[in-house]
Design a protein around this ligand. Structure first.
Ligand SMILES: C[S@@+](CC[C@H](N)C(=O)[O-])C[C@H]1O[C@@H](n2cnc3c(N)ncnc32)[C@H](O)[C@@H]1O
Length: 319
C-alpha cells in the first residue's frame, strides 16, 4: 500500500510543540523513523474485536502481528523512554481474554520493565447479563531501562489528610505527608473530589462526554495527559502509533510536547486535524484534568427509586 504522508500546519501556534499526523500503516511508517526518537510511546492499539476499522483474526495471529509493531516501537523509544499500552478485553464467543495478560510476555521478552499496571476505572458502560459488567481497562506502563523519566511531582493529587502527623518514632509530631500532594496510585479514578477521594476516575468517552467524536473507541485526553506529564519532559517527543482521532496528539501539544500520530483511516485523521485546529483556536471541548465527575444528588429524578418498581422485591435496588 502506498503511504500518503500529511503534515498539518495551522496559522497560530500558541503551544511550543511540533506535530505530524501520518495517514498510513503503522508498521510501514515506523520503519522510516530513526532510533530512540521518543520519550513516550502511548497508544490504545486495535483490540481485534471487529470494530469498523479492524478485521477480526485469531488471537495468535493478532498478537504475532502486534509483536512486529512492538519491536519497532521499542527501537524508536529513547533509553530513558516509556511505553504505555492501553488495552481492554478481546472477546470470543462470550469468553473474555484480558489483552494485557497476553501482551505482558511480549514486552518482557524484549527486556522492557513493567512499572505499573494501571487500572483505569470508569463508571459507565454496557450492562452484561452473562458475567459481571466490565468497568475497567488497563494501561501497562513499561520503561525501556532502569533509568527512566518519571515526574511524580507533576501529577500528584492533594492528600485526603494533609494534617496527618507521625504518631511515634523519631519523627513523632512532624507532618507525615508531602506538601506537594500525594502519589495518585495505580487505580485511576478522578472522582468529584479526587483531592478528597484519592482516586482518579476518568470517565470513558461515551456519547455524552464533551470530547466524543464519531470514533467508536476514543480514550480521554485526560487519561493521556497524566502519562504525558509524568513520563516526558517539555520538548520530549511522543508517539501514538494507532492515533485514532488524535487524543494523544492533543494531550501532548497542550503540554508542549512534540508528537507524531500514525493512523490508517483518513476520516479519523481528518477529525484529528479539526480537533487540533480547534485546540489552537481555544474551541476544543476537553474534559479538564481535574473536573469532577457528575454525581446525581439524592433528589435528582434519575437517582430516585421509580414508583413502578416500589412493589417489586429484588436484591439490586430496593433492599
Ligand atoms: C483503539 S483505536 C485508538 C483510538 C485513539 N486512542 C483515540 O483516542 O482516538 C485504534 C486505532 O488504530 C487504527 N489502526 C488499526 N490498525 C492500524 C494499522 N495497521 N495502521 C494504522 N492505524 C491502524 C484504527 O483505525 C483505530 O483508529
Amino acid at each position: 500500500m502506498k503511504v500518503k504522508e500529511m503534515t498539518f500546519e495551522f496559522p497560530e501556534k500558541p503551544y511550543k510543540a511540533d506535530y505530524k499526523i501520518i495517514l498510513g500503516e503503522t508498521l510501514e511508517n515506523l520503519h522510516k523513523i530513526e532510533d530512540e526518537k521518543f520519550d513516550l510511546v502511548i497508544t490504545s492499539p486495535p483490540y481485534n474485536v471487529g470494530k469498523e476499522y479492524e478485521t477480526k483474526k485469531s488471537i495468535e495471529s493478532y498478537l504475532l502481528e502486534q509483536e512486529r509493531v512492538i519491536e519497532e516501537l521499542i527501537r524508536v523509544t529513547s533509553s530513558k523512554g516509556n511505553i504505555c499500552w492501553q488495552v481492554g478485553n478481546y472477546v470470543e464467543k462470550g469468553e473474555i481474554f484480558p489483552l494485557d495478560i497476553f501482551y505482558y510476555p511480549i514486552f518482557k521478552k524484549h527486556n522492557l520493565k513493567l512499572r505499573n499496571r494501571i487500572v483505569w476505572h470508569f463508571g459507565h458502560g454496557l450492562h452484561a447479563s452473562n458475567r459481571f459488567s466490565g468497568r475497567y481497562e488497563t494501561i501497562l506502563w513499561f520503561s525501556k531501562t532502569n533509568d527512566y523519566i518519571f515526574n511524580l511531582d507533576d501529577v500528584r493529587v492533594p492528600s485526603q489528610y494533609p494534617g496527618k502527623r507521625h504518631f511515634k518514632g523519631l519523627k513523632k509530631g512532624e507532618l507525615s505527608g508531602n506538601p506537594k500532594g500525594k502519589n495518585p496510585a495505580d487505580v485511576w479514578e478522578i472522582l468529584i473530589k479526587d483531592w478528597e477521594n484519592e482516586l482518579w476516575d476518568i470517565p470513558n468517552v461515551k456519547s455524552n462526554h464533551p470530547e466524543k467524536t464519531e470514533h467508536p473507541c476514543q480514550y480521554p485526553i485526560e487519561l493521556v495527559e497524566r502519562c504525558v506529564l509524568a513520563l516526558t519532559n517539555e520538548g520530549s517527543w511522543v508517539l501514538d502509533p494507532f492515533a485514532g482521532v488524535g487524543s494523544t496528539m492533543i494531550a501532548s501539544i497542550k503540554n508542549n510536547r512534540n508528537v507524531i500520530g500514525i493512523e490508517k483511516e483518513k476520516k479519523y485523521v481528518d477529525i484529528t486535524k479539526q480537533r487540533i485546529d480547534k485546540l489552537f483556536k481555544g474551541k476544543l471541548k476537553i474534559r479538564p484534568i481535574t473536573q469532577p465527575i457528575h454525581k446525581p444528588s439524592p433528589n435528582d429524578k434519575v437517582a430516585i427509586f421509580p414508583q413502578e418498581w416500589l412493589s417489586l422485591k429484588f436484591n439490586g435496588n430496593n433492599k
